[in-house]
Design a protein. Sequence first.
Length: 152
Amino acid sequence: MTFPKNLLFPVLLFAIQFTLCADYSNLAAGKKFLEENGKKEGVITTESGLQYKILVEGDGDRPRMTDAVEVYYHGYLLNGKEFDGTDIIRPPAIFEIGKLITGWNEALMLMPVGSIWEVYIPSDLAYGSKGSPKIPSDSTIIFEVELVSILD
């Protein structure tokens, strides 16, 4: 059986459009979100494109790239679905800065201990095109982060 030539171009065009939409829908949604979010009062955008909003300003030290930190956090997709987080009644999570996604590294090094921030991480500073088990590829992600302490 041969494929009818008069249908070949429309089918190929549809396949190309479908592939482009599938690959870039998260990128487009993230870009739109960040453009609108960056205009909101209190939202700061860094040179890299990371955005954050200070909910509580801490007065402690800021960690460095070589530090380990204790944090409470919750991570969300743009649709509001929580994909990860800590429980406030348990001990905070411990992370080594420099071994995290780029957006977390940048945000944590800007935060004084005691701060609580909303952090908006563009796809290229998060998991990019590879995604992760709970995060679709090319997703912009949102975290609420409390920096509890810098460990010795």
